[in-house]
Design a protein around this ligand. Structure first.
Ligand code: URP
Ligand code: ZN
Ligand code: ZN
Length: 460
């Protein structure tokens, strides 16, 4: 059945106009004034509403075996929460352990999502060691539509790669037209500091940030950019938290480095004082790199507005406050790292970016959707509203007022890091390839509609 969205204010990264959007099958086929539709067409009146392209979260963890436990969401819960928050496509990190095979991991992660996701998805494939077998498996993965890798410079002994592995991964990525996303922190500095703190009885959540300060992250960014520069490889720095890292990335870009920068919503909204909350409340805010001192917030917002930071993801990694975070009650290094946010990213960005004048509405669309689509080979299928694009639409009610709470969210986790934060506007209706998935802020869609979106390598 066709779908006609009438009279909405269509807003993309570059345009803003009132029009009707007609969708046939899975795509947008017409955009114009006073469009007519066949009698059986579903019609949505979007008068007074904003119509955005479906938002894209370039950094999520759904299936995540990590720090002795598993992240709480499944694709069923995570994708529905994503859609309720306006995210119609996410890119999940496939993270094999060092002794696991990348293709087996790809198949496992794909099986977890396939038939269980309500929104579309694709993967960054983790490279957690390097040898001939890994190289041939990565070649196979590229043939199956993987166009981005993930490497960790942190998490020594778990996912982290050595320098020779980093060198060879980036060389391979360049040769095969793949962009490499990277978690940048110096693992040795972290490990030594953690040992020192624990030996001194410094075991509480407040020591997490101090064990991996901004210089440690900036060092990781420099390390990545140095190695990428040797191959002219394309790299994407995930979850950038601070000014120090931005300055290093900026310098690498200035030298001609093919470097893109992501930040994530917790860094824009929270600061290091949250991880210092008493009674172990701080554990809710333990993630890596850590949430930084408040002065970094404005710098990140400014970097978004200037274009130095291209995307805002979530790094959604949900671990319960009761039952999981307490694994590190007496040792902050054992607290499962992560803050859930897949449902809240777009609303927080709109409320605190657009409404507070930090981003204009086009920049908002750009950083929350279009840039991710362009960087990761999804554009113009995703990330914009134009004829031929997938009919992933977010009809946004700018007049809605609400408050974030774990009592009302749909993520499968027992707390919100943004409890009580006010929200201005919300996705009222959301479509996935032409089918309504969210109506009046409720999930009404097909829980299995989501599909894997294969991507072509880019021959840079
Ligand atoms: O704390 C975080 N970021 N948890 C998820 C894993 C990662 O490093 O992205
Ligand atoms: Zn990370
Ligand atoms: Zn992550």
């Amino acid at each position: 059945m066709a779908l006609l969205v009438k009279n909405g204010e269509v807003i993309t990264a570059s345009e803003r106009y009132v029009a009707d959007i007609y969708c046939e099958g899975e795509q947008i086929t017409r955009i114009g004034k006073n469009l007519t539709a066949p009698p059986d067409c579903e019609v949505i009146d979007a008068t007074g509403k904003q119509v955005f392209p479906g938002f894209i979260d370039p950094h999520v963890h759904i299936y995540l075996p990590f720090m002795g436990t598993y992240a709480k969401d499944t694709h069923t819960t995570g994708s529905q929460a994503a859609l309720l928050g306006g995210t119609t496509t996410y890119i999940e990190m496939v993270v094999p352990a060092r002794n696991e095979e990348p293709m087996e991991a790809f198949d496992l992660w794909n099986a977890k999502a396939s038939g269980h996701s309500a929104c579309d998805y694709t993967f960054h494939l983790g490279v957690t060691r390097w040898d001939e077998s890994v190289a041939s498996q990565l070649k196979e993965a590229v043939g199956k539509g993987i166009a981005s890798f993930k490497i960790f410079l942190a998490y020594k002994g778990a996912f982290g790669v050595t320098d020779d592995e980093l060198y060879n991964t980036l060389k391979f990525a360049k040769e095969h037209g793949v962009i490499t996303t990277a978690h940048c922190e110096n693992p040795t500095a972290i490990e030594e500091r953690q040992k020192e703190f624990l030996a001194a009885g410094k075991t509480g959540t407040e020591w997490h940030e101090r064990s991996r300060p901004v210089s440690v992250e900036a060092h990781g960014v420099h390390h990545l950019c140095t190695f990428a520069g040797l191959h002219d490889a394309h790299v994407y720095i995930v979850h950038t938290s601070c000014d120090a890292s931005l300055r290093v990335a900026e310098a690498a870009k200035y030298r001609g480095g093919k470097v893109w920068v992501e930040t994530v919503i917790p860094y824009l909204m929270l600061d290091s004082s949250y991880a210092e909350l008493p009674d172990f409340e701080g554990a809710k805010y333990v993630m890596s790199p850590p949430i930084r001192e408040i002065s970094n917030q404005k710098i990140l917002w400014d970097a978004l507005s200037s274009g130095l930071v291209s995307t805002v993801g979530t790094d959604h990694a949900p671990f319960d406050f009761v039952g999981q975070k307490p694994m590190g009650k007496d040792d902050f290094t054992k607290i499962p790292n992560g803050v859930p946010a897949i449902e809240e990213r777009v609303k927080l960005l709109y409320t605190n970016g657009v409404r507070k004048g930090r981003l204009d509405v086009h920049q908002f669309v750009d950083v929350a959707s279009t840039q991710a689509a362009k960087i990761f080979g999804l554009f113009p299928k995703k990330g914009t509203i134009q004829i031929g694009s997938d009919a992933d639409l977010v009809i946004y009610d700018p007049d809605y007022r609400g408050t974030i709470s774990a009592k009302t969210h749909h993520m499968n986790v027992d707390y919100s890091g943004f409890e009580g934060f006010p929200i201005e506007g919300r996705p009222e209706t959301v479509t996935v390839r032409g089918k309504v998935a969210v109506q009046n802020g409720e999930f009404v869609g097909d829980p299995a509609r989501g599909k894997f979106i294969p991507r072509e390598p880019t021959h840079f």
